[in-house]
Design a protein around this ligand. Structure first.
Ligand SMILES: Cc1cc2nc3c(=O)[nH]c(=O)nc-3n(C[C@H](O)[C@H](O)[C@H](O)COP(=O)(O)OP(=O)(O)OC[C@H]3O[C@@H](n4cnc5c(N)ncnc54)[C@H](O)[C@@H]3O)c2cc1C
Length: 500
């Protein structure tokens, strides 16, 4: 049996075919179109004793021990995991997958012995930080949250089950005139519980904030039973379950429900775009804004030229290109803006207005873009992303250092690649900068990828930037955190959900 290991970006390959070709041309390699994104599921031994223990605690139909389900619950969507799978290197696979309802949880948590069993919560499996890449001498049980999908709309807040995907909860809330307010690119598949556990943030964070700003409290299933937050506007406790679960990647327990703010649905969106001669000029203009639009996304020159690739066709396209040439910004840096309802934002202090079209197009495609990554994987390339955040004054120097480090690494490995970036998620003090790069080398692909990642993350630190802004610390980033901080985080873990 074969399973797909790539992110499910829908049937959008056609939309991105020409962009994937453009990337190939710029890298200067046309590798074989050789992989279909699938792997063969290996034979796996099943532990009948584990099945017997689980059957005592949860209905049989909520337990899966077949190899395909177990493998699907044992990796995320990071480039490291996908590349390993493409190379035939399999992760340590979980021993069972369970799909409990809320009523099953207390019994499960109380009766399972943490010396023998490790619980690993699973939402949509879209994390990109290795948080499901766990090795353990204990039996590993993946706890899929699919059946945790209750929804209650109260006068001042909403309570929603952690197993809802973004898309499904948004559909439900929209019918009640509300919106969830968090729109990560993985919106169709990532879950509310996963957002809390990785401290995710969405594309409209300038308006709504990250998940930490949307959640008022959580309920948690732990080895000591349920621990529920009170729903209050603020408390002065040193800790509550909301704070203990944010970014904890399921190591402090399972988030069963979230109490979230009631946010009215957007009825109208306003779009705009601006071109700057350089990325540096764009960063400078953004840094001077006092109120940011709901979405502001500034692409560097490489990312801008790729997003405009193939767009200057027809009479309107030709006129637009001539206009950009005339204003000397044709090869510059593009800012797209989206504003919800009457949220007013300032215009940037410089930049050439470049119509609504690029912003509208970006918005329409906002969840389908991972299809481009899939095409690159299938062609034989290694696409990857790393994101960070720093203060306004450090953003451009960081961008230059990271590019320099990338090019140096490519030369040392005799590899080929391309790197680009954009700014998104704006704050008064700074912004998130998101790097996308595509690598190619015929051999030593995993060593190359790991070295590039290591050097870029170290370059973030050296430039005073965060290890990660919104992907969560995961197994792959933890080693870069301050060891004292890591020790403190360890002290909060639940033994049933953590350990070696
Ligand atoms: C194409 C793509 C685009 C992405 N875009 C964004 C983006 O725009 N913004 C962003 O922030 N991230 C983004 N991500 C990363 C990813 O979607 C987020 O990290 C997301 O929050 C993971 O949610 P999930 O439900 O898939 O969690 P999973 O991958 O299933 O799990 C992630 C971690 O959370 C734990 N966990 C899951 N559910 C629970 C629960 N109920 N209780 C306790 N722990 C739990 C798991 O054990 C694991 O440690 C993207 C990823 C991809 C592949």
């Amino acid at each position: 049996m074969r399973i797909s290991v790539l992110y499910d970006a829908g049937s959008n390959d056609d939309k991105y075919f020409s962009k994937a070709e453009a990337i190939s041309r710029r890298i200067g390699v046309q590798p074989d179109n050789s992989w279909d994104g699938h792997v063969d599921v290996p034979d796996l031994e099943t532990d009948p004793t584990l099945k017997d223990i689980l059957k005592e605690l949860i209905p049989d139909e909520k337990i899966k021990m077949n190899p395909a389900d177990r493998l699907m619950h044992s990796f995320g969507k990071s480039s490291v995991e996908i590349l390993k799978l493409r190379l035939g290197i399999f992760p340590e696979v979980v021993d069972a997958v369970i799909f409990p309802g809320k009523d099953d949880l207390v019994n499960l948590m109380k009766k399972l012995d943490h010396k023998k069993v490790l619980m690993i919560p699973f939402g949509g499996g879209t994390n990109v930080n290795g948080s499901l890449d766990i090795t353990s001498s204990r039996k590993k049980i993946s706890l899929d949250t699919k059946n945790l999908r209750n929804l209650e709309v109260h006068q001042n807040y909403v309570m929603a089950g952690s197993g809802f995907t973004g898309k499904d909860v948004e559909n439900e809330l929209n019918q009640k005139g509300l919106t969830i307010g968090n729109f990560p690119e993985s919106f169709y598949h990532s879950t509310l519980g996963g957002w809390v556990a990785t401290k995710a943030t969405g594309q409209e964070s300038n308006q709504y904030g990250g998940i930490e700003n949307l959640v008022l409290g959580v309920n948690m299933a732990t080895s000591e039973g349920m621990i529920n937050d009170q729903v209050v506007p603020r408390n002065s406790y040193p800790l509550d379950m909301q704070r203990m679960s944010l970014g904890a990647e399921g190591k402090t327990g399972l988030v069963t429900d979230l109490y979230i703010k009631k946010i009215p649905i957007t009825s109208k969106r306003h779009y705009g775009s601006f071109m700057f001669r350089t990325y540096k000029e764009g960063i400078n203009a953004l840094s001077q804004m006092k109120k940011f639009p709901s979405v502001a996304r500034l692409s560097d020159e490489v990312e801008t030229s790729l997003s405009l690739e193939g767009e200057f066709h027809g009479i309107a396209g030709n006129i637009f290109e001539k206009y950009l040439n005339l204003r000397k910004v044709r090869n510059g840096s593009m800012l797209i803006l989206v504003n919800n309802d009457s949220r007013i934002s300032e215009k940037p202090v410089s930049g050439v207005y470049s119509t609504k079209i690029p912003a509208k197009k970006w918005f329409e495609d906002r969840y389908s873009r991972p299809a481009l990554g899939n095409l690159l994987w299938k062609k034989g390339f290694i696409p990857d992303t790393l994101e960070t955040a720093t203060t306004w004054d450090k953003l451009y120097p960081l961008h230059s250092s990271v590019r320099e480090e990338f090019n140096k690494t490519m030369a040392e490995w005799d590899a080929k690649g391309i790197i680009m970036s954009h700014l998104s998620h704006m704050y008064e003090s700074g912004a998130c900068i998101y790097f996308t790069y595509v690598l190619w080398k015929e051999k030593e692909q995993l060593d190359l990828l790991l070295d590039v990642r290591d050097r870029l993350i170290k370059s973030f630190s050296a430039n005073g930037a965060a290890i990660t802004h919104h992907h969560g610390s995961g197994e792959y980033f933890r080693k870069y955190l301050d060891s004292g901080l890591e020790k403190r985080m360890d002290s909060m873990k639940d033994p049933l959900f953590s350990g070696e």
